[in-house]
Design a protein around this ligand. Structure first.
Ligand code: CA
Ligand code: CA
Ligand code: CA
Length: 505
């Protein structure tokens, strides 16, 4: 039976006020702040294949918006800890909203994981003295000028220093239960989570691979204590609360180690600032610093291969590597300084066991032109970001060259951002589609029969370096409506072959 009915869960990663408001941010009000907070988050949409076309089911009991204001529950080791308590939530167990979810994950029991990435951009701290734990997570005096704090004081981290601790988590959502409360799973650590990709072990225990998408940050793995139960969905409800969080070290000889981020283990002790596992979870980045993990070039999506068990991770770029004053120069797994074009690193767990603490690794491809260290066979690309491996084992790669670099200098030869397909066995890349101007290809997903692909095209027509000009919102694109009076809109593209056959075959 071919899948013809299902739910799509989609992140609305961030907003552009130049497109959302007719006057951009020229005026600001509580109402505009509210609209902004309701424009981000997650949507759940019911879809059905009818007459060869996917349609949105309306009305649908599953249709749902989760926003920066939706109540979420906090669970796992940090729940209730003093660092999670605020004036509005003295218990430290409930927080309003999730936003800036970048990539995603899913569980075998059909829940969706949205992963909070650049959540720090909405915070400001104008106290004149930003504490080191906020600086480590990128809290600044200005943020990115979202102006949320003007009408929602919790985004002023000077006044509410614990509110930032309540973001940066992997959030589990049950799309089949529209009344369910999203849960922030603190056992998976706090960082700028790109995604959380699940690998099912032979014993039924699960590993979730996660990148922290910022220059010189780390790749993490969370392994559940228990096996998942395929016969009893409710038994998996809190599976993500108990397990071990690891961070990766890539050694020069091609071996690697998963270093446990466990309270009391190694340097993770009270005299080093970690009084319990809750503090290890809240201060995941500092814990990873302390154990000596490998600083990566902006780890984005990570995907396990369903057959070989190899795991692929996109390191999208890091122009700061090797720059004067930078944290470090090249290391074995991030060999170019600066790394303007990104690469894909790959590893194999020892014994094929998702719970292994050792692995072997190599660099699958260095992106960019050959004269800049690129090793691509086939069609050229730069800045790999979104990864997906379909059930036939084809690796799909979406790119995210920033609009400031798109079409310029060494990047011009690659054109707009694109989606490529590569057979990991041959390593030959083939361009599958090209996005509209200014966009990023943010996700690719196929139905289990590989006959339909869903591709997310984010921020088409994005202005280089800043928000869109509200007086000319279609300066760079008006995709996908091409309305002469309209504006560009992020959208999901649905792809099927005209003969209904398998995509990529
Ligand atoms: Ca990202
Ligand atoms: Ca991304
Ligand atoms: Ca990206």
């Amino acid at each position: 039976m071919r899948p013809a009915h299902g739910l799509l869960a989609i992140n609305h990663e961030y907003l552009d006020e130049g497109l959302l408001f007719t006057d951009g941010q020229k005026t600001w009000s509580a109402e505009k702040g509210l609209k902004a907070q309701n424009a981000v988050g997650v949507s759940v949409i019911e879809v059905r294949l009818e007459g060869g076309q996917w349609q949105v089911v309306r009305p649908s009991r599953y249709a749902r918006r989760i926003t920066a204001r939706t109540p979420c529950r906090i669970s796992g080791p940090a729940a209730g800890h003093a660092l999670m308590r605020t004036a509005a939530d003295p218990e430290g167990r409930s927080v309003l909203g999730t936003y800036n979810g970048c990539a995603h994950g899913w569980t075998p029991w059909g829940t969706y994981l949205t992963c909070e990435e650049n959540w720090n951009f909405q915070f400001v701290n104008r106290s004149g003295e930003i504490p080191p734990e906020q600086l480590r997570y990128g809290i600044s005096a200005k943020g990115r000028n979202y102006r949320w704090e003007e009408h929602d004081e919790r985004f002023d981290a000077g006044l509410h220093p614990n509110e930032p601790n309540r973001f940066g988590w992997v959030v589990e959502i049950d799309p089949y239960d529209p009344g369910s409360v999203p849960v922030k799973r603190t056992a998976l650590g706090r960082c700028k989570h790109e995604g959380a990709a699940c690998a099912v072990g032979k014993s039924g225990r699960l590993a979730f691979y996660m990148g922290d998408d910022e220059g010189f940050e780390y790749i993490y793995k969370f392994v559940t204590d228990r096996a998942w139960n395929p016969d009893d969905r409710a038994a998996n409800r809190n599976l993500l609360d108990d397990g071990m969080l690891y961070v990766a070290r890539f050694n020069a000889n091609g071996s690697g180690t998963w270093l446990p981020l466990m309270y009391g283990h190694g340097p993770l002790t009270p005299d080093r600032g970690f009084a319990n596992q809750a503090e290890v979870a809240v201060k995941t980045r500092q814990a990873a610093d302390a154990v000596g993990a490998t600083r990566m070039d902006r780890p984005e999506w990570v995907v396990p291969h369903p057959v070989s068990g190899e795991v692929y991770a996109a390191c999208t770029n890091n122009s700061a590597r090797g720059r004067k004053g930078a944290k470090e120069g090249p290391n074995p797994a991030n060999r170019r300084a600066p790394n303007r074009f990104g690469h894909i690193v790959r590893w194999r767990e020892q014994g094929g066991d998702v719970a292994a603490t050792r692995f072997t690794w190599d660099v699958f491809v260095e992106a960019g032109p050959a004269d800049q260290g690129g090793t691509i066979r086939g069609d050229g690309f730069a800045c790999p970001d979104g990864l997906w491996i379909d059930s036939m084992g084809t690796l799909w790669v979406g790119t995210d060259v920033s609009p400031t670099a798109l079409g310029k200098g060494d990047f011009a030869q690659f054109g707009n951002n694109q989606l490529l397909a590569v057979d990991p066995a041959t390593g030959v890349f083939r361009r599958f589609l090209t996005g509209p101007r200014g966009c990023e290809i943010t996700a690719f997903h196929t139905t289990p029969d590989n006959r339909t692909a869903f591709v997310n095209v984010q921020h088409p027509g994005e202005a280089p370096g800043d928000r869109a000009n509200p007086d000319n919102p279609r300066a760079h694109s008006n995709w996908p409506d091409y309305d002469p009076a309209g504006r560009p809109r992020s959208a999901t593209v649905v792809i099927r072959r005209t003969d209904g056959g398998i995509i990529g075959s």
